[in-house]
Write a protein that binds this ligand. Structure first.
Ligand code: HEC
Length: 182
């Protein structure tokens, strides 16, 4: 694998070309055509860049998904949350929700470590372990809604806040009611 650039200049990542230097680049459709992307990838690989496997990468085998889940919780969940729905990092940066990522994009993200994400070289996570991880990510997308009143599944913090506010208002009425009785 080619050494990573340590300069602060904008690097071509999965948001190429990057519109500007912000805390976090937003996911957007690439400006290059599929053919141009294939050509750029071939050029980088000719200099010893990371090799990305082709064909079917994810599996629906239960043991593979379970192993992928274990590896995801160890290596990825700190930033992307165990649910793969992403989360906040420091200084306005975020780790994105992985819902839109394809098998190949997940594999490439592990190999290249875009922006603030670390690189997971093949001696850290073998190609089979990478495939298990992406199988887990894809299985999470198909996961059924667990039910309950989710407030748009916006996360435990806003959901907790709503419960807190409703609780305080309810307590206020209880106190008023008790005060009114005496
Ligand atoms: C230190 C935090 C961190 C860890 C650990 C981490 N990531 Fe990331 N990941 C990020 C950040 C930040 C981005 C967004 C990078 C960017 O903006 O280009 C990202 C982007 C991605 C993307 C691209 C998403 C998209 O649709 O654009 C994928 C896929 C991904 N990560 C998968 C993984 C997997 C799989 C692991 C574990 C093997 C992992 N990440 C570990 C921080 C992390």
């Amino acid at each position: 694998m080619a050494p990573r650039s340590t300069s602060r200049s904008p690097r071509a990542g999965c948001h190429w070309p990057l519109a500007g230097q912000a805390a976090q680049a937003a996911r957007k459709p690439p400006k290059f055509t599929d053919d141009q992307i294939t050509q750029l990838v071939a050029y980088v690989q000719s200099y010893g860049g990371p090799e990305v496997p082709t064909g079917q990468l994810s599996s629906t085998d239960k043991d593979t998904i379970a192993e992928g889940g274990r590896l995801f919780r160890l290596n990825c969940a700190a930033c992307h949350a165990f649910s793969t729905k992403g989360g906040a990092l420091s200084s306005g940066k975020t780790a994105p929700n992985l819902n839109d990522a394809t098998d190949k994009q997940i594999y490439e993200a592990m190999l290249t470590g875009p922006e603030n994400m670390p690189v997971f070289a093949n001696n850290q996570l073998t190609p089979d372990e990478k495939k298990a991880i992406l199988s887990y990510v894809q299985a999470q997308k198909a996961d059924m809604d667990q039910g309950g009143f989710g407030i748009g599944r916006s996360g435990p913090v806003p959901e907790g806040l709503v419960i807190f506010v409703i609780g305080i208002i309810a307590l206020l009425f209880v106190t008023l009611w008790i005060a009114g009785k005496s």
